[in-house]
Design a protein around this ligand. Structure first.
Ligand code: BG6
Length: 513
């Protein structure tokens, strides 16, 4: 196996610059996202020496807590959620920078108090007046919190300091509401201050799509309709709704996964090479692809999209209940837990190359991957192997849990006769780079601290993503499903999803683990 000249490991000294001095204000500091993702990510950044020495956190939430309680809580959080995080001397230094303030986000009186607190923290930690606000709250608070921060002068950038806001998903629940939220934010903040997060862009393997395509000379020339037959993007999950029934039963898989995570994967796979890696250069190209996705008519929605809901089934020998029995889910729910779609991109590179997407819960394996299927060889010389028996070349970008890239091609089966078989050439991240401690949020938080918006969604991209799914949302609402539940837990979704590809003479590539 080829070796890297130098293998970076977790112990490798800092690669990249430290974040600016700043205070991170977390709205929703007592919640799950803060505990599972934000605190472990900040600690990983501290351990990699990527946080400024002048850094502090102010947690805000409704739960009453003192600074000391908050520090005890985050210690529990890292112990629970950050596999190899050890709370050592570095921890004390880290945790002393955490402060907490209890209050109701809707209360106007909270914001002058936050302002006063921030003033003190800024002085004590020399954070230069740089603040960023993380919206780890229910979506209904995003707009109002930012408006109230602005009304108290907390979004104002003057005297060389910066103010930024990170907005979590879901960003709206359809095109109209996403536009409204954009307007609300853009009334009080400029686009370069707004960081719309999509945690898929924090994944190494997702970022690697850009490196793979644009740092290598051999793939780009064949990355087009002349050589590529079709693309499949699958985000398969084994989990059900994991106690999030009250959110999910209103959202459904289409809203939950497609306008955001799947659109990121499509745009990175299909975009033109940007003129530089400057944030807007990359995002311009992503936005162009999203705008080039062919809008679907009602007829096309019917023929090119599939929805499903899981019934009961078996997982690792255990019976699991149907979606409709999950806590906080209506017993006659018509919410989809599976979506498959065929999209077309109207540009010169991709005309007539279908992009098939699917995502679903309670599928047999957790596996996210992108399959690029190339056209078949025009004819096969070898008499003993018919063309139909040979698989076309497939390049697979394995996003998770396997992280790597594999290329499938034909090879001679050893023996006295000429027979062909299909083999795989594999690259595995872990084999080359070892395991890095990461939640996937480190890069995104660090980018916000250095003012790099490349991996954050711009207003136009979010709206373009919703424009793709809106016709589907509308038609599905007008024609509620009559056959739910229509797939068993532990299977690859409804049979219509297979038929979607079979009609075109293709089939899904399933990875069982
Ligand atoms: C979230 C969705 O955005 O992404 C969840 O709300 C989903 O429903 C999750 O399970 C999947 O993320 P990951 O990183 O596990 O693929």
């Amino acid at each position: 196996m080829a070796q890297l000249a130098e293998k970076p490991t977790a112990a490798t000294p800092r690669i990249g610059k430290q974040g600016d001095p700043c205070v991170m204000v977390i709205f929703g500091a007592a919640g799950d996202l803060t505990a599972r993702m934000l605190i472990p990510s900040l600690y990983n950044l501290a351990r990699a020496d990527l946080l400024s020495k002048e850094f502090a956190v102010l947690g805000v939430a409704r739960t009453p807590m003192s600074d000391e309680d908050f520090r005890k809580k985050i210690l529990q959080d890292v112990k629970e959620y950050c596999g190899d995080c050890v709370a050592d001397a570095a921890w004390d230094h880290f945790s002393q920078r955490f402060y907490y303030f209890a209050g109701d986000f809707n209360d106007d009186k909270l914001y002058p108090q936050i302002k006063a607190h921030l003033g003190g923290i800024d002085r004590d930690h020399s954070t230069h007046g740089n603040f960023f606000y993380y919206m780890a709250t229910a979506p209904s608070f995003f707009g109002p919190i930012v408006e109230k921060l602005a009304a108290n002068g907390l979004m104002e950038q003057s005297n060389g300091h910066w103010r930024r806001v990170i907005v979590e998903k879901p960003f709206g629940h359809d095109l109209e509401s996403a536009k409204t939220l954009n307007q609300q934010l853009l009334k009080v903040a400029a686009e370069p201050q707004i960081y719309r997060i999509d945690h898929y862009l924090g994944k190494e393997t997702v970022q690697n799509i850009l490196a793979f395509r644009f740092a290598n000379g051999i793939f780009e020339p064949i990355w087009n309709r002349r050589y590529i037959d079709h693309v499949q993007i699958s985000v398969a999950e084994t989990v059900g709704v994991e106690g999030r029934g009250s959110y999910f039963d209103h959202a459904g898989s289409l809203r939950d996964m497609v306008p955001n995570h799947l659109m990121q994967l499509i745009s990175l796979t299909a975009m033109e090479p940007p003129i530089s890696f400057e944030a807007n250069a990359v995002r311009d190209e992503q936005a162009k692809i999203l705008h080039a996705i062919q809008p679907m008519s009602d007829e096309e929605v019917l023929s090119r999209s599939v929805r499903g809901q899981y019934g009961e089934g078996t997982f690792a020998g255990q019976r699991v209940p149907p979606y409709r029995f999950e806590p906080d889910v209506a017993p006659d729910s018509r919410t989809e837990t599976f979506v498959a779609m065929k999209l077309l991109i109207d540009n010169w590179r991709w005309a007539d190359v279908p992009f098939y997407l699917r995502t679903g819960k309670r599928l047999p394996a957790r596996n996210t991957h992108i399959v690029i299927q190339f056209r078949r060889a025009p004819f096969v010389l070898f008499r003993d192997t018919s063309v139909e028996h040979l698989m076309p070349n497939q390049l697979v970008l394995h996003i998770q849990p396997e992280e790597g890239i594999s290329l499938q091609f034909a090879a001679k089966v050893p023996g006295p006769v000429m027979r062909l078989g299909t083999v795989d050439m594999n690259f595995e991240y872990q084999q080359y780079f070892g395991k890095q401690p990461s939640t996937g949020y480190e890069r995104l938080l660090h980018d916000c601290m250095i003012g790099d918006q490349t991996l954050f969604q711009r207003a136009d991209m979010v709206e373009a993503g919703w424009s793709v799914v809106n016709p589907v949302l509308d038609l599905w609402k007008a024609l509620p499903p009559r056959n739910f539940p229509n797939y068993d837990s532990g299977t690859w979704g409804p049979k219509e999803a297979d038929e979607l590809l079979e009609r075109d003479g293709r089939r899904w590539r399933n990875f069982e683990q």
